[in-house]
Design a protein around this ligand. Sequence first.
Ligand SMILES: Cc1ncc(COP(=O)(O)O)c(C=O)c1O
Length: 439
Amino acid sequence: MRFCFKVKQGNNDSPALKIIVTASTNSTALCLSINRLSLLKSLQKQRLTMSFNINRRDWLKKSLIATAGLSAASTYIQRAQANPTVRRELQMSLSPDFQLENSFVGINPPVVMKARLGANENPWGPSAKTKEALIEAVGVSNRYGMQSRAALVKLIAEKEGVPENYILLGAGSSELLTASMVAYGLKGKIICGDPCYISGNEEKIPMEKVPLTKDYQYDLDAIAGRLNGSQSLVYITNPNNPTGAILPADQLTAFINKVSDKTPVLVDEAYIDYAKNPKTDCMVASINAGKNVLILRTMSKLYAFAGLRVGYAIAKPEILKTIAPYCSGGFDISVPSFAAAVAALKDTDFQHLTLTNTAESKKYLYDFLTKAGYSYIPSSANFVLFPIKMKGQDLMSKLMAEGVMVRRWEFDRQHWCRVSIGTMDEMKAFTDAFSKIAS
Ligand SMILES: Cc1ncc(COP(=O)(O)O)c(C=O)c1O
């Protein structure tokens, strides 16, 4: 039997590196995952060992390894600045699409998906009005998108209450996030929470990771205390991914007031639409107050645009100018997507439907977990993270074999499962499969 080893870099949703072992005499592929520390040891010893002994020391050691890798990451960012192909690669590792594709590696034969709960997509859309606008715009898609782009920028600026030159469009927010990582990564370290949406990318992004508090919240005091001029940007995902926890607006505003004159703050608000009061929980007021804040938004979640690719940045023009050289500024968005985005932003009925359905499915999941003896982190997003009693990779593979896709994490001495909120049928498919596997 011959084994073929393929080493894959961990993606942003999963800090672990993956080793995919394919037995060439057998059609069944095994997908194993080991943590970074184990991987280094394994490679040194020239043999594959599996270690899932996760403890706080490992977590801290991982942070040290990340520090050692800082110069490699700085070199990578310089290459990304100079070379669009490298930038594209960085964007791929920041994109859930790519991560989703990776989740299928090792599953053979392909299963019929009963519940796609791995990328925090919106299962209820696109809305009827979005589809109508899309189809209608196909008829004028022989024309370039200048006017459609202007119409979308105008609508977003009105909705957010900022001038139009405070908006920069992107083909999804991954494009704008990548541009921000390149623009600021060239100037210093990106300081972020651990874990957060970008924290698995320390080989590519020069970063300093600050562990979350015991309540799995951003440790804003610790982040402020670490700022010493070597960091060029603070990155906050709010609500955080993977935890779903949201920072109270007054705390985040106070933090911004304290640090942003010296170190700009990027607030990734991909899930802000699921918060209790999106208008006041978001940080637009800080931008209007003249602060050095860059907000990133995606239409992939509440508006069900994951495949249509529309996102935007909000900031004062001098900040947008910093990231603009590394992104398309909306020129990669098609005319039908522009038209669909305008329709979707106006379609408040669909937005309410999504929020009502999300609340119902989330409550079902919370009740199930409580009854089954599992705790969870209360979520202000369209996913829930909970600690599991088995290895994350085992759970993920077994659920996948049942047609249920989820994501896994390892941090703070724990294996974790992140379940996106889907339709009730999807949630039932998850709870049925989970009960079978984990009880
Ligand atoms: C926190 C966060 N930021 C950004 C993105 C990227 O979204 P997109 O590129 O689809 O706009 C995601 C996607 O899951 C996310 O979770």
